[in-house]
Design a protein around this ligand. Structure first.
Ligand code: ADP
Length: 464
């Protein structure tokens, strides 16, 4: 019951309509009960009658007897519709046009009213009727009293005859309008929601269809977030598929070599001592390559899961770079590369010594691998706004702009065909380096132009 948007909307509209009509009716009833217009009319009639009678009675009173006065009062009552009374100076009612039908006038209360009080006063009789009256002083201190009942609105009949039909009709119209509005509003809200539901079902089946952005802004932002999420899910599914394909491919190449050379040993194709040695060497190299690949993959899996233990310690950047250079110098010398280090002393960072050695080894080796003989690799270490900066620049072929942002992707290699054989990398080095640096709250980025070399810039937070 009332679980759907439609029924909730309808219910709230109905509540609102009832509340508004109720408030309007109540205020109208309240206004009518007091009815200031009716009261004002009665008061001004009373005053008009009083003024007219005053002038007339002054003349009549001079020598009139009681019967004449009574007659005059009754005539005035019939003519003007007001109660007319005459009080003697001692407060006795001499004449009252309604003496037979109504309660006696409170003559004492009337005559004792202070001079200068409001023109119109009122009193209540024993029948709970309220009278309004005004007085005029006549010669010989007689008092003329003109009174009339305070007008009352015929409330119930007015309510049933006048007020209820339009309110009833307005309520019906509002109900029809709210049905229409609830229907339109529901359609406005639910149709984009239904599209989100359909898109979610499709996504579960592995298909991503972007949801068009329409309807209420809240649902538009839901649809937009869903579209972003869906694209990420599809991208991550694709990258998982690519990952499996890449791993299989990277493993298949060395395994095919190993199988081929083992076969050659077995079937006697490699029978001479030199051929046997070469076959064994290939088997050894390829097995080593596979081992490196498996170690890299394990590293990546642990970095992804955040489960790689980091042995954080204080590290002197210059010392660390020197160690890595020492380890990689033979490679630089073999490639006939001029290697230089320019580092400020005393730059301290906090990190895992072995993992950072792994990062810099990978970057240096890449620089040596990609710089032609006779080229230069410069390593610069400095500090800048709370960070240690290490810049590794080479005079190699550089990286095309469209590939620069991709070299940190797993298995990505700029030109896979450029390097073959045992020296060929797997394309995992830079993605591992980036993950290790991330775990150190550090960043790496590349500036490179084809033909103008590459600069790898690593920014690590200085030790506190
Ligand atoms: P690998 O070196 O095993 O191929 P990396 O992740 O270390 O994998 O590097 C990814 C790719 O980035 C390399 O294949 C190479 O194409 C490119 N690259 C890395 N360093 C350099 C460099 N200094 N100069 C030119 N290209 C580079």
């Amino acid at each position: 019951m009332f679980r759907s948007i439609n029924s909730r909307l309808l219910l709230s509209y109905l509540t609102l309509i009832t509340a508004i009509l109720g408030i309007v009716t109540l205020s109208l009833v309240f206004f009518l009960v007091r009815n200031p217009r009716l009261a004002r009319e009665a008061e001004s009639n009373l005053l008009l009658a009083a003024n007219a009678l005053h002038r007339q009675q002054v003349a009549t009173l001079q020598n009139a007897d009681r019967a004449t006065l009574e007659n005059a009062a009754e005539q005035a009552d019939t003519l003007l519709g007001v109660r007319v009374a005459l009080l003697s100076p001692d407060g006795t009612v001499l004449v009252d046009s309604r003496a037979d039908t109504e309660d006696e006038l409170p003559a004492h209360e009337i005559t004792s009213r202070p001079q200068g009080s409001a023109q119109i006063a009122e009193f209540s009789d024993s029948n709970e009727q309220t009278w309004i009256y005004t007085v005029r002083t006549l010669p010989k201190r007689f008092t003329l009293v003109i009174a009339t009942l305070r007008p009352r609105a015929p409330l119930l009949s007015f309510f049933t005859d006048e007020l209820f039909p339009p309110i009833w009709r307005a309520g019906l119209l509002a109900l029809l309008l709210s049905l229409l509005l609830a229907f339109l509003m529901t359609r406005w809200i639910t149709s984009p929601l239904q599209r989100v539901t359909a898109a979610a079902r499709n996504l579960a089946k592995g298909q991503m269809r972007a949801i068009p952005l329409d309807g209420p802004s809240e649902i538009q932002s839901l649809a937009q977030t869903f579209n972003e999420m869906g694209n990420k899910v599809i991208a991550s599914q694709q990258s998982q598929r690519d990952f499996v394909a890449n791993v299989s491919h990277e493993l298949r190449t060395p395994l095919t070599s190993i199988q081929g050379f083992a076969q050659a040993i077995l079937d006697g194709t490699a029978s001479s001592g030199a051929a046997l040695k070469q076959a064994a060497q290939v088997v050894y190299d390829e097995a080593a390559r596979m081992l490196r690949l498996v170690v890299d993959l394990l590293d990546l899996a642990r970095l992804d899961a955040g489960s790689m233990p980091l042995d954080m310690q204080s590290i002197d950047v210059k010392g660390l770079l020197r160690e890595v250079i020492e380890k990689t110098t033979p490679l630089a010398n073999n490639a006939k590369i001029d290697l230089s280090l320019d580092s400020e002393g005393g730059i301290k960072i906090t990190g895992d010594h072995d993992r950072l050695t792994q990062v810099f080894t990978n970057i240096f080796e890449n620089a040596f691998k990609h710089t032609p003989a006779g080229g230069r690799v410069k390593i610069l270490a400095t500090t800048e706004r709370g960070s240690a900066i290490v810049i590794v620049s080479d005079t190699g072929p550089g990286i095309p702009p469209e590939e620069v942002k991709r070299i940190f992707e797993r298995f990505y290699q700029v030109d896979k065909s450029r390097k073959a054989g045992a020296g060929r990398g797997s394309g995992l080095g830079l993605s591992i380096a980036k993950q290790i640096l991330k775990a150190h709250h550090a960043t790496i980025h590349v500036e490179s132009q084809p033909g103008a070399g590459s600069r790898f810039i690593i920014r690590l937070p200085l030790a506190q």
